[in-house]
Design a binder for this molecule. Structure first.
Ligand code: HEM
Ligand code: HEM
Length: 176
């Protein structure tokens, strides 16, 4: 068994924010790859600008894949810190993050990894013409967005309302 670390390793933190940045690129630049796929599927020729930008989407998507695989490797090799110690659960005398909240956080992190991998797989199969999963890719993106919004809101709530130092784990500079 890997001993539970006290903090995320710098590589884990850097990769977390690399994925965050790359996802913004995917959200901002996806119209050209949609037009490119449509042109190919209808026997047309994509505009050259669209084809170039399509490769940007594929490139950043591949970056996300590599970063997620590296993160899963680091996690299995070195583990991840237990959820923040937190304040007392309301209405109980138990110290630490309420058990239900810790469970939700664990499942939220698993769901985020799964959604990212599913995005890459459905995007890759569509791009390579193996299967037309553009609609699934679109739906998964909405799911991913909802997960990220809830995850970010939880991180901010824990940091600034519960004041348990959660955000400092991913932004060490926040440490006093
Ligand atoms: C692209 C969007 C994001 C994705 C896909 C994402 C994904 C993840 C994942 C999978 C973990 C678990 C890491 C592990 O234990 O292996 C994590 C942890 C964390 N993330 Fe994010 N995240 C995103 C954006 C954000 C944002 C915007 C914030 C801050 C507002 C944030 C704050 C945190 C914090 C504080 C942790 C550590 C939580 C803990 O130790 O319990 N994340 N993130
Ligand atoms: C987490 C990573 C990714 C995100 C967040 C993302 C996001 C998006 C979004 C928002 C769209 C537009 C969906 C729509 O409005 O219909 C899209 C389309 C597309 N993406 Fe991604 N993408 C990711 C990874 C990838 C990867 C790795 C590939 C290929 C290797 C890829 C290939 C495509 C293709 C081919 C389309 C056009 C689908 C169609 O119109 O049929 N994506 N992506």
């Amino acid at each position: 068994m890997t001993p539970v670390p006290q903090a995320y390793r710098p590589a884990q933190i850097i990769l977390h924010w690399v994925v965050f940045a790359a996802i913004w690129v995917q959200w901002l630049f996806n119209e050209p790859i949609k037009r490119t796929v449509e042109a190919i599927q209808t026997g047309g020729t994509p505009a050259s600008g669209d084809a170039t930008m399509a490769w940007v989407h594929v490139g950043f998507g591949t970056t996300i894949l590599l970063a997620v695989l590296a993160r899963l490797y680091l996690r299995s090799r070195y583990g991840a810190p237990a959820h923040a110690p937190g304040i007392h659960a309301p209405g109980t005398h138990a110290p630490g993050t309420p058990e239900m909240q810790a469970k939700i956080a664990t499942w939220m992190h698993r769901a985020l990894y799964a959604a990212l991998l599913a995005m890459v797989i459905t995007g890759g199969l569509t791009w390579n013409g193996v299967a037309d999963l553009g609609k699934v890719h679109w739906f998964l993106n909405i799911l991913l967005f909802a997960l990220i919004a809830a995850h970010a809101a939880a991180a901010l709530f824990n940091q600034f309302v519960r004041k348990d130092g959660t955000l400092q784990r991913m932004i060490p500079a926040l440490k006093k």
